[in-house]
Design a protein around this ligand. Structure first.
Ligand code: SF4
Length: 381
C-alpha cells in the first residue's frame, strides 16, 4: 500500500539500524511523545533492536490516558442524564471513572453512542432537536481542529442542543513540564508528527534551545521511528540541539493554516490537569467566550465534580517515563484490558496496553526485563 509498505521495508530498516549502531558511543535516553509511536515501537520490537546504550522512554502522548479522572466522571454524569445523547470515539467507552465507565452507563439505559467524527454528533443534534447532544472533545492538537469546526458549525446553524465536553491538551507545555521535573532523564524528543502537521514546528526551537535537547519531528511507521532515532542520536553525539523535521511528507513548517485559524477562532489556552501527572500551566484549550454557551460542563452544571486518582494505578509514572508498564505491580494481574485500573491499559495508544498486547509472553522480555538478541527477532516490517 502506497505510503505504508515503503515505510516498513526490512532492508532500509536494517540500514538505519546499522547506522544507529555505528553512531552511538555512549548512553542516551530519548522520549517518543506520542502513544501511536509507542505502539509502533513495542509492536515491532524497535527498542530491542537498538544498541543497549539507547533507551526509549514512553511519553505522555496518549490523549485518552491523560484525560483526568474528574473529566471522565463529568462525562459519566452527563451521559446518564435523561434526554442526553452522549457521543464519543470508541476508545473512551472503557476508560474507568471513579466507579463505572461509559459502557456501564450505556448498559444502565444511558444513550451513549460511538461516532467517527464530531460532525456525526452535529448531525445527530440536527436530527434530534428535542434531545441534548454532547460530544466528548478530548485529545491533542490533532483532534482539536475538527472539534472546533463542529462547534463553529453548530453556532452558524443555530443548533442550541449541541455542546462539547472539552478536555484538549497541548504538547509543548508537556515537554516543558517533563524537562523541568527534577527526575527528568530525557535527552532528546521524537515529537509527534501529526501534532506538527496541524501546528507546524514554530513552538519547538525555543524549547530545544533552552533545554539543550534535540527535537526530531517523527512519523509513525517503523522506518519513520528509526529515522527519528537516527537523527536524534546523531545530534546528541555531535552535541547539537536543533529541531529537525523527519516527517516532511506530512509536516510543513507553518503547519495547517486553515486548522490553526479555526483553533484561534473557537478555543483559548487554559491550564489543564493531566491524569496521573497533575496541573500543567497553559497546557490545554477551552472554548473561548464567544463559544462558551456550547460548553457542556456549564450547560449541565458539572464543573464542581472533583475526584481522587486510585493509588494502585501508576499511570502517572508511566506517562512521565519514570517506570515501564511492566514495573507496575498490577500489570497483567489485577489490571488487564478486560479489568483496567487505568486508562493506559485500555486506550489504543496507551503504553500499558501496548506492553500487554505485545510483551506479555510467559518468560518473555517483559517479564525478564531484558532485551532479545537482535538476531532472534523478526526484522522491522
Ligand atoms: S498496568 Fe494498569 S494499574 Fe498499572 S499503571 Fe498501567 S493502567 Fe495503571
Amino acid at each position: 500500500m502506497k505510503y505504508i509498505d515503503e515505510f516498513n521495508d526490512p532492508d532500509l530498516a536494517r540500514r538505519l539500524l546499522d547506522e544507529i549502531h555505528a553512531t552511538v558511543t555512549r548512553p542516551w535516553a530519548l522520549m517518543e511523545v506520542c502513544g501511536g509511536q509507542t505502539h509502533t515501537i513495542i509492536r515491532h520490537g524497535i527498542d530491542q533492536l537498538l544498541p543497549d546504550a539507547v533507551e526509549l522512554i514512553h511519553g505522555p502522548g496518549c490523549p485518552v490516558c491523560v484525560t483526568p479522572l474528574d473529566v471522565i466522571d463529568k462525562a459519566l454524569e452527563i451521559a446518564a442524564r435523561p434526554g442526553v445523547i452522549f457521543c464519543s470515539f470508541g476508545d473512551m467507552l472503557r476508560v474507568p471513572g471513579t466507579d463505572r465507565d461509559l459502557f456501564r452507563v450505556k448498559g444502565e439505559g444511558g444513550d451513549v453512542r460511538v461516532v467517527y467524527s464530531p460532525l456525526d454528533a452535529l448531525d445527530l443534534a440536527r436530527k434530534n432537536p428535542d434531545r441534548q447532544v454532547v460530544f466528548f472533545a478530548i485529545g491533542f492538537e490533532t483532534t482539536a481542529p475538527a472539534n472546533a469546526m463542529a462547534v463553529h458549525q453548530a453556532r452558524r446553524l443555530g443548533l442550541g442542543n449541541f455542546s462539547l465536553l472539552v478536555s484538549h491538551v497541548r504538547v509543548p507545555p508537556a515537554i516543558e513540564a517533563i524537562m523541568t521535573a527534577p527526575e527528568c532523564r530525557v535527552q532528546a524528543f521524537l515529537a509527534a508528527g501529526h501534532v506538527c502537521s496541524v501546528m507546524g514546528i514554530a513552538e519547538y526551537p525555543e524549547l530545544a534551545d533552552r533545554h539543550r535537547v534535540p527535537v526530531v519531528v517523527t512519523g509513525f511507521e517503523p522506518l519513520d521511528i528509526l529515522e527519528g532515532i537516527r537523527r536524534a542520536v546523531r545530534q546528541l553525539e555531535r552535541g547539537e540541539h536543533r529541531v529537525e523535521n523527519a516527517y516532511p511528507r506530512a509536516v510543513r513548517e507553518q503547519g495547517n493554516p486553515a486548522a490553526l485559524s479555526m483553533l484561534e477562532e473557537v478555543f483559548e489556552v487554559t491550564d489543564r490537569n493531566w491524569r496521573g501527572i497533575g496541573p500543567i500551566p497553559a497546557s490545554g484549550w477551552r472554548l473561548s467566550e464567544t463559544y462558551r454557551a456550547y460548553d457542556a460542563e456549564h450547560r449541565f452544571d458539572v464543573t464542581g465534580i472533583r475526584t481522587e486518582e486510585p493509588a494502585v494505578c501508576r499511570a502517572g509514572e508511566v506517562l512521565q517515563g519514570l517506570i515501564k508498564p511492566t514495573e507496575c505491580e498490577a500489570f497483567g494481574t489485577a489490571c488487564t484490558p478486560r479489568t483496567p485500573l487505568g486508562a493506559t491499559m485500555v486506550s489504543s495508544e496507551g503504553a500499558c496496553a501496548a506492553y500487554h498486547l505485545y510483551r506479555r509472553m510467559p518468560g518473555g522480555p517483559a517479564q525478564r526485563g531484558s532485551r532479545i538478541p537482535r538476531e532472534e527477532l523478526n526484522t522491522v516490517g
